[in-house]
Ligand binder design. Structure first.
Ligand SMILES: C[S@@+](CC[C@H](N)C(=O)[O-])C[C@H]1O[C@@H](n2cnc3c(N)ncnc32)[C@H](O)[C@@H]1O
Length: 498
């Protein structure tokens, strides 16, 4: 795991992040407890699970047969240098596990499959993956399903009857658009024994921007409940103790959960059974649109000092906010913007329409020429625009939503009516009435409303949640919060589109 910058980028291309010992031991123990002695790791890497299997073999005095796949011969060579035994190395087939799967089945399968997101996969691979989806589910999975999803599907297809599988996967496995199809298939055909989640302090992969989860699945008749486990502290023994004996220490929280509820809430989220069904969602009161994507913030997003020296007329400038870390309060006030200006931070967006270049004032023309010299007009998003300098526009929204930041996701009251860049979403109340806006703000800032973000968002490392605009409109608003805001009783037009 401990890789940084360019090194991490290179690893990411191949999905090469290694499993720590305390996780590998628990996962292999679960898989072997099904009673079979043949263990497959379809993505061996440096052999974390092979090492774990040998430890367990010695401890339990049983003979384990290891089998593995690994696509990258350089990693296999590395595994040899890092201590994998010669006879274990001989069990590894250097081949693509997903596109050329084995014809044999296995009694125990463990993996930390490569987390390669869909946009990094070659077109031909994507086509073949879609085919796997079509054959398995009757229809291809949404194209955003990454390679790790197909590792899980392939592995389940070759799991022996009574066999056990344990995979460590990113939370998108149960938060993606494709997740309902995948999990309904799993729930109908296998027994989900447990889902293990991690508090940010307990993550097995510190510093990596994903929220990992372990799935423990048996090829047995499905049951109505499963164990939902949360590791609270990075305590090597707690998880293993629970897998071995079912014992619970203060370091893990274990709950028996209803499978139907888990499927509808999502396995990365805590149980929702006790909550009331929300009558209203944010979309009833507001429309959500992402902020402006400039394609080159360093060119379009300017400081006061830059603006003064470029002498760009004010009609081509809008007040803007572009970084979630710049807004530490729940409201954007004049003072907050002044403070940013004093600190030399950008707060102005160059906002140009599509008029011909020579109809702009000379100061703007000169600045655009600088952009051309720097190649700004050739940047991916900008190159698709005509003319390239035409910027997106937004009405200043009354509320912003910071959807992925180091500080958790939150709503912000945009009192100064700035226009946000794309790290924020714009939230437009469906009525322009000032009192409606105030009442909506009492709902948006309520902690119970904010807590519901986890129901519609995607979770990332260190507890961050990302919520797309459409998902934010589906945010359930707690009934008691809506009632106490008085927003419905006031009879404001909730269907009116802004
Ligand atoms: C996340 S690493 C995990 C390695 C190891 N099992 C562990 O847990 O530490 C995933 C491994 O899968 C390999 N890999 C990537 N694509 C593969 C494929 N299509 N078939 C087999 N292995 C693949 C990568 O090279 C990488 O070594």
């Amino acid at each position: 795991m401990p890789a940084n910058g360019p090194q991490r980028e290179a690893l990411r291309e191949k999905g090469q992040f290694w499993t720590p010992e305390w996780i590998a031991d628990a996962m292999v123990t679960y898989a072997l407890d099904g009673g079979y002695n043949d263990l497959l790791d379809p993505a061996v890497g440096l052999g974390a699970f092979f090492h774990a299997a040998r430890r367990i073999e010695a401890e339990q005095g049983r003979a384990i047969g290891l089998h593995g796949f690994e696509i990258d011969p350089a990693v296999v060579a590395d595994a040899a240098r890092k201590g994998l035994r010669a006879d274990d190395l001989n069990c590894i087939i250097v081949r693509d596990f997903v596109l050329q799967p084995p014809q044999t089945s296995y009694g125990a399968i463990v993996a930390n499959p490569p987390y390669i997101r869909h946009h990094r996969l070659p077109q031909e691979t994507k086509r073949q993956l879609k085919q796997i989806g079509a054959t398995t589910f009757g229809a291809a999975l949404d194209g955003r399903a990454g390679l790790h999803i197909y590792f899980l599907v392939r592995a389940l297809q070759i799991l022996k009857e009574g066999g056990r599988l344990s995979f460590i996967m990113p939370a998108d496995t149960c938060e993606g658009v494709f997740s309902p199809i995948l999990w309904n298939w799993i729930a109908n055909n296998f027994r989900l024994d447990a889902v293990v989640t991690f508090a940010p302090e307990a993550t097995p992969f510190p510093g990596v921007d994903t929220n990992p989860m372990i799935f423990m699945i048996a090829n047995e008749r499905p049951e109505k409940t499963f164990k939902w486990v949360k590791c609270l502290n990075s305590h090597p023994n707690a998880l293993m103790d629970w897998v071995r004996s079912g014992s619970q220490t203060g370091d893990i929280d274990i709950r028996e959960r209803d499978l139907e509820e888990g499927l509808s809430t999502g396995f990365s989220r805590p149980p929702q059974a006790s909550r009331q069904v929300a009558i209203r969602t944010l979309g009833d009161y507001a429309e959500v649109i992402r902020g402006i994507a400039t394609g080159a913030n360093n060119f379009f997003f300017l400081t006061k000092k830059q603006l003064d020296s470029l002498r760009i007329p004010s009609e081509f400038i809008v007040h803007s906010i572009g970084r979630t870390r710049d807004i530490t309060e729940s409201e954007i006030s004049r003072k907050a913007l002044d403070d940013l200006e004093i600190q030399g931070k950008p707060t102005f967006l160059l906002s140009l329409d599509s008029r011909p270049f020579d109809q702009f004032p000379s100061s703007v023309q000169e600045y655009l020429m600088q952009g051309v010299l720097q190649g700004v007009h050739r940047r991916p998003l900008i190159a698709t625009r005509n003319p390239w300098y035409k910027t997106e526009t937004r009405m200043p929204p009354p509320f912003l939503f910071a959807y992925l930041g180091r500080r958790s996701s939150r709503f912000i009251y945009n009192k100064e009516r700035t226009v946000p860049l794309s790290c924020f979403h714009c939230v437009y109340p469906r009525s322009n009435d000032a009192e409606f806006t105030e009442r909506l703000w009492t709902i948006l800032r309520h902690p119970d409303t904010v807590a519901n973000l986890s129901l519609v968002g995607k979770s990332y490392g260190s507890g961050a949640i990302k919520v797309e605009p459409r998902a934010l409109e589906r945010l359930p608003l707690p009934n008691h919060v809506v009632a106490s805001s008085g927003i419905d009783q006031a009879g404001y037009p909730v269907q009116h589109r802004f």
